[in-house]
Design a protein around this ligand. Structure first.
Ligand SMILES: [Zn+2]
Length: 287
């Protein structure tokens, strides 16, 4: 039998895995952290099941990015008390990269409000999220307040160190142009001053139109070294383009597959993918 003291009383439910990785650092063994979406599911477009609604209702705290990413959660979360949910998008102090205006017609209809919602790809945002979560958990579970606050502080120190490491490690990749599969990496790209020239599609479910593909070819031709695709989507259009323009191809995973067990690992893996494709180096320094 497990000792009673190890029982997790507070139940935290996050929409996607990256938020769960951050939350686990804060809650330690004082709370359980579960993720609503399977890692292979797209947070841009997920069909909620009845059992998912039940999980949302049973959680003590739901942590999600916001309607700009997980539009499908907006309505179900309206039925949940406001003190039991935190939208990362609304946390004061979040960092937002400057975005270029989207030129293709129709893209303005996307609810991005000029902000890339993949906020967790900037470690400074992970810190803001961890600290907001510690504050929220302290309200729900005041007896463990010091524990949550201390964990958030430790995570913040580690995330700042990670940020510094990535800044140094990615420096050799800064002058190499590339394209990403969908417009989901600006928080990482802008933070580490990488040269993203274009995206293949704005959101992963949308197939790029002929005009966008034409412009994409022109932007990349002779300037890009790599094209980054993603797992779990049909990226055949991107693969054809890479072959046509003779670009190296690598796979970026913004959510983190099963093997990824920490926030640090998620970002290190992403940095490694950028660095290996753009420069043939590795984050640890050896070529
Ligand atoms: Zn995305």
């Amino acid at each position: 039998m497990l000792p009673l003291t190890a029982a997790a009383d507070v139940r935290v439910l996050t929409s996607i895995k990256p938020l769960a990785l951050i939350a686990r650092e804060v809650v330690g063994d004082k709370a359980s952290v579960e993720t609503l979406l399977p890692v292979k599911a797209s947070p841009h477009d997920y069909p909620l099941r009845v059992s998912d609604i039940r999980r949302l209702q049973q959680a003590d705290l739901v942590l999600w990015v916001g309607p700009n990413l997980e539009a499908f959660l907006q309505r179900p979360l309206n039925n949940i008390a406001s003190e039991k949910r935190v939208a990362v998008y609304d946390i004061p102090g979040m960092y937002w990269p400057e975005e270029e205006p989207h030129s293709s017609p129709g893209e303005a209809s996307h609810q991005h409000h000029g902000h890339d919602p993949h906020v967790w790809l900037d470690p400074r945002n992970a810190i803001v999220i961890a600290q907001a979560l510690a504050k929220k958990l302290s309200e729900i579970d005041p007896a463990s307040s010091a524990f949550y606050t201390n964990n958030a502080r430790n995570f913040s120190v580690a995330a700042m160190e990670l940020d510094r490491q990535l800044m140094t490690a990615l420096a050799p990749a800064r002058d190499k142009g590339f394209a990403v599969y969908h417009e989901g990496y600006l928080h990482f790209v802008k933070r580490y001053e990488l040269q993203q020239l274009a995206y293949v599609t704005f959101t992963p479910e949308r197939r790029p139109g002929a005009k966008h593909l034409y412009e994409l070819r022109n932007k990349l031709n002779g300037r890009a070294a790599c094209l980054f695709t993603e797992p779990y989507y049909d990226v055949s259009i991107a693969m054809d383009l890479a072959q046509e323009l003779n670009l190296k191809v690598a796979i970026l995973d913004p959510i983190g597959e099963e093997q990824v067990t920490s926030y640090k690992e998620l970002l290190e893996k992403m940095a490694q993918t950028f660095l290996a494709c753009l420069t043939n180096r590795s984050v640890t320094g050896e070529v």
